[in-house]
Write a protein that binds this ligand. Sequence first.
Ligand SMILES: *Cc1c(COP(=O)(O)O)cnc(C)c1O
Length: 357
Amino acid sequence: MRPARALIDLSALRHNYQLVRETTGAKALAVIKADAYGHGAVRVAQALETDADGFAVACIEEALELRQSGIGAPILLLEGFFDADELALIVEHDFWCVVHSLWQLDAIEKSSLGKPLNIWLKMDSGMHRVGIHPSEYQAAYQRLLGTGKAAKVVLMSHFSRADEPGNVRTEEQVAIFQAARQGVAAEISLRNSPAVMAWPDVPSDWVRPGIMLYGATPFDQPQSVADRLQPVMTLESKVICVRELLAGEPMGYGGAFVADRNMRIGVVAMGYADGYPRQAPTGTPVMIEGQRSRLLGRVSMDMLCVDLTPVQGAGLGSCVELWGKNVLASEVAASAGTIPYQIFCNLKRLPRLYSGG
Ligand SMILES: *Cc1c(COP(=O)(O)O)cnc(C)c1O
């Protein structure tokens, strides 16, 4: 069998969830959209179900998959419904529902529902993507109550720059949110992972951690909570071929790497078809037999090359960690000009093997 695989450590996941609790003292919805950032939503939900206050996903398709796998915990739809037709299923399965736009409010008003909904009313406090404008927020809230179709309303907003420590934009968004919801006594939810990790003074009865649950940091600099996270995923494979290169010999597509001395290189069964970023350049860190080394040349569809020259005892069959507990996904992402969110979500074709469940 091809040795490329993703190992998922569910005890690390639970550790990270508990770290959220410890750090915030708040209720926490584990964000498991996009197949739990590539970690497998059903397995992640099962591993967290006894601890978690609930889950959050992007859409009803993701929520239904969880219910159909026996997950009974609350599940929030982060974009609410895309079409009013979904309301019947939302009621049937007791999904919690974000309302981010007035058209959704219209649809709720017009609907006839067997049971009232649990609504998270989203304000655009400065991200300027979705959310109800601050000046229309109180009226929307009153309209929602007036429909008689909301059992409970949580007030929410989302930060655009919480991953930039000290950027005043986060405090501005909090101030806009607090001013616009003044006088409304309801629970609030503001904090995503970067806000959980670096903005302790931001109020939030409910927090919505995603990336930090998987043990990756959204920051591009050292951060104290990040140091206590445990990476959940290890992307690994093996050396399937060893080559000796003479100084001056090019290697791989485009001859993008040229040996600057006599070298030993290893070909690893992992490529961009598995989701390893093709943009990762020569020098991107890898771990071989417990020693750090580097990627060489262009990543191809099913294979990539690594430098074995400095690695004692490495050869055919050596285990290679592309990211995991030693080489952090955030380091690889930064090297490839992207973010750990994307490299996790891009994974495909690989078997996922779970432990610690
Ligand atoms: C994805 C998402 C989150 C989680 O964000 P992280 O940065 O991964 O913690 C929180 N809230 C909303 C509305 C989201 O869409």
